[in-house]
Design a protein. Structure first.
Lengths: 332, 332
């Protein structure tokens, strides 16, 4: 009984900047956790090697022995994933990754059943099972950081669509003639309300000669501006920064109003680095949703911050494996 | 056995122009069908009276006796409906209807269990059970007519959200600074790709002095232009009309691409009067979806025309009652 209760999932969050590997119990408890740099510019092969090593080291660190102690491996990754086939078809944060069968590569290397899941879908599942969305039937999760990702929970289960790539909320076009997005299209929610959208808008307006304390915060190096810089300046009352946050919040509100009208969800959970702005971002976002969405669904949908922080992906990937969804797993 | 097989649902499609009442068998067969005018301008009370009469007459016509022959009443209506409570909260086509508890009014008047369902949701269910969407797990239904409505089927079941008002796809904002919609907001899909959007755009451009055979088709009376007029002129090669159809198709494609990225559905079914344009509308719409949505889900999602025509609503409302969804029904 004790032995079976202690069985872990080896959960990986493969991001553009870092790889988090962890051993996670079915309770959601993390018994071992390891960071390494992705160094994505080196291309798929070295990244896959680092990912394998991180898994192996996490196993050793947590004193886990193959198969008896480990339920399987769950890899959460950004990008358009064919989760049925375990393939990363394309990923904005992993340059050079085209149709990489990551699931099968890892399963074969490590001799463990492996699952691949979109990182925002994993975070949605994590927040639903042990974060801000506990006990709710229908919720939409959004991660707002450099980009915008999404995950959908319907009737308490992850909704993943025909190929397993549902939830690309960040690429919902809300301003057809808007600015170009990282995906190549124009006017996506991500191009208007993400951290990189705020950065780009700041640089654009500063280059037009507008004044802002942002310039001092980055010592004149505009290329160093991040959403955090904008946030800091806005907190200090800088007018340009406040304007940029308000603009992003309004677009985020339009995107969420669309989701409220389409899904009539009980809850919208906002995670990701930009959500750390808290009510400075979320209060005007909520206001926009109330003004734009129909009254009945707008009254129902609570909009709250995520609770699991940077652990959402690994906890969700672990949940995904523990619940052993029949599709998407690859036996070693 | 024969008796139980012959039990009917009294299905109503309450539209802004007409009321269709029908007796429908569990096979989807319509054994009796009756039209009456809604005369919506007279306000809720007379419309509710006409609706009751239409139901009673349909029962008589089909020789149905209360309760033994009738499973219940299913009312499909346009608008934002609280289907859990059986209330029409607001409806674009029914002026003056605010929080009308239509389900309970009809249940009490006619002494039959009654259900209320959004008309596009009903059509989605109808098309899924006996139309273009048979056997598909996940589909999105859109009705494109004067307005644009939507219905969502997930895992073979109608997805209705927390209050039962999910599926308001027509009010997805895709052009934040676009034209005003009938709902009061700006840049909704309905304001850009519906029949009324095509009409409005035609009138605007003709008033700017552009030439078109549309003018002859309506004998100079621009207020008589409908989407059908535009369609007819486009078929005859009129350049303005072709342009207007292409523009609407492109916006429809943007809306569908958003849905493809969010839902990764197997199928999108397009019904409603404007869908009668066929490939003149749908070919450029499909092209836009392929260009805008991510490759993987775009390759999967087939976009087809609905099959049930104006019967979709009553067949779907009947299916809804036959499947006796526990929520939303009101025992007499």
């Amino acid at each position: 009984m004790l032995a079976s209760r202690r069985r872990s999932v080896l959960a990986i969050d493969l991001g553009g900047t870092k790889i988090i590997a962890a051993a996670v119990l079915s309770t959601g408890e993390i018994i071992s956790r390891k960071y390494s740099l992705t160094l994505a510019d080196e291309g798929p092969r070295p990244v896959i090697n680092r990912l394998s090593s991180a898994v192996a080291e996490t196993m050793a660190q947590a004193k886990l022995k193959t198969s008896s102690d480990v339920v399987g491996i769950g890899i959460a990754a950004a990008g358009i994933l064919d989760t049925n086939e375990g393939i990363i078809t394309t990923s904005p944060n992993l340059p050079g990754w085209r149709d990489v069968p990551l699931r099968d590569i890892i399963a074969e290397r490590l001799g463990l059943t492996t699952y691949l899941i979109n990182d925002a879908s994993a975070a949605a599942l994590g927040e639903h099972r042990s974060g801000a969305g506990k006990g709710v039937d229908n919720l939409i999760y959004l991660t707002v950081s450099t980009g915008i990702g999404g995950g959908i929970i319907i009737d308490g289960e992850l909704y993943s669509g025909a190929d397993g790539c549902a939830g690309e909320i960040g690429h919902m076009i809300i301003e057809t003639h808007g600015p170009q997005c990282n995906c190549g299209k124009f006017g996506c929610l991500e191009a208007l309300a993400s951290g990189s959208a705020m950065t780009r808008e700041s640089v654009r307006r500063l280059n037009q000669g507008e004044k802002s304390s942002i310039v001092e915060l980055v010592a004149g190096r505009l290329e160093s501006i991040t959403a955090e810089t904008v946030s800091l300046a806005a907190r200090q009352g800088d007018s340009l920064a406040c304007d940029i946050v308000a603009r992003a919040a309004n677009y985020l509100g339009i995107g969420l109003a669309n989701l409220v009208n389409i899904f009539n969800p009980e809850l919208i959970v906002i995670g990701g680095g930009v959500s750390k702005m808290g009510n400075m971002l979320l209060a005007p976002t909520r206001k926009a949703v109330r003004e734009i969405a129909f009254k009945l669904p707008a009254r129902t949908a609570r909009i709250v911050r995520a609770r699991l922080g940077s652990n959402a992906g690994i906890i969700g990937a672990a949940v995904y494996v523990f619940e052993q969804q029949p599709k998407g797993g690859r036996k070693a």
